[in-house]
Design a binder for this molecule. Structure first.
Ligand code: SF4
Length: 268
């Protein structure tokens, strides 16, 4: 089984005002002093969501309070990874003086990570930068949690057959789910204990037993981070949106590392 980890390093990130222009670039006047000199930088609007460090670990590091550029990308693979991070950054906190290739990087999302499973990018500040995923399926595609609504990404989804279901793991990460549902006429699925965050959801999960939502898709309630948190097991291969909580990974309601480790993610 492969576990795709939530992309947030902190359980309670600091509250911030919503970025007025999501996807915009950073302000060089607010460049953090920790950045190494060069074209790429992070500014003081960073919320330390971890997205850039996942996508471009050779370029971005962590001070404990925010990300900063630890090494300027010089070779193409590192530059490409940094461009992807700039596009995915939920607060537009990453800047570069070289705008070349940013449009192409935006069009790479959703980014394939395994057969039929993609990372959506365009993380939303409304969900503190949580990751979202697309699962392409013959019976209709699934969106797992919500990226920020961007028409450019919507057209990419459209080219892949649109979205039939939106599975919402928990209240923190509904972000623009209502906009995505309206855009594609998709059915939102959420646990009853999370329903107040998306009250117009079309399908509700009750109780704490696994629920077979459709062929290949099993909802597994994983209370802990929130009372109704639910992960989605796809084809018995991918557990989407296990949660990182206080530095400990959880899935199925128990920690993956430490005292009662049961299932270990591959990216750890
Ligand atoms: S993706 Fe943006 S907000 Fe998140 S840690 Fe990196 S610079 Fe900060």
């Amino acid at each position: 089984m492969r576990i795709i980890r939530v992309g947030r390093s902190k359980l309670f990130p600091k509250p911030v005002a919503l970025c007025p222009n999501p996807g915009s670039m950073a302000d060089a006047n607010r460049r953090l002093s920790e950045n190494v000199p060069g074209e790429w930088y992070v500014d003081s609007t960073c919320i330390n969501c971890d997205t850039c460090r996942q996508l471009a670990p050779e370029t971005f590091g962590d001070t404990g309070e925010f990300s900063f550029v630890t090494s300027q990308p010089e070779e193409f693979p590192q530059i490409l990874a940094a461009r992807r991070a700039l596009v995915a950054c939920p607060t537009g906190s990453i800047g570069t003086s070289d705008k070349t290739g940013l449009s192409a990087a935006a069009d790479e999302f959703p980014l394939a990570i395994a057969d039929g499973v993609s990372y959506c990018g365009f993380n939303s500040q409304k969900s503190y930068g949580g990751n979202s995923y697309l699962v392409e399926h013959p019976a209709g595609n699934w969106l797992i949690d919500s990226p920020r609504f961007v028409e450019r990404l919507a057209r990419r989804f459209e080219a892949k057959g649109g979205i039939r279901y939106i599975f919402l793991t928990h209240r923190d990460d509904v972000a623009d789910a209502a906009l995505w549902a309206r855009r594609f006429g998709a059915e939102r699925i959420i646990h009853r204990l999370e329903l107040s965050s998306q009250p117009e959801s079309e399908r509700i999960i009750d109780g704490f037993e696994p629920v077979q939502l459709a062929e290949d898709f099993l909802a597994i309630p994983t209370p802990g981070h929130t009372r109704g948190h639910t992960a989605l097991l796809y084809r018995n291969l991918f557990l989407l949106r296990a949660i990182t909580c206080g530095g400990v990974e959880y899935a199925g309601g128990f920690p993956l590392r430490g005292r009662s480790a049961g299932i270990r993610g591959p990216n750890r």
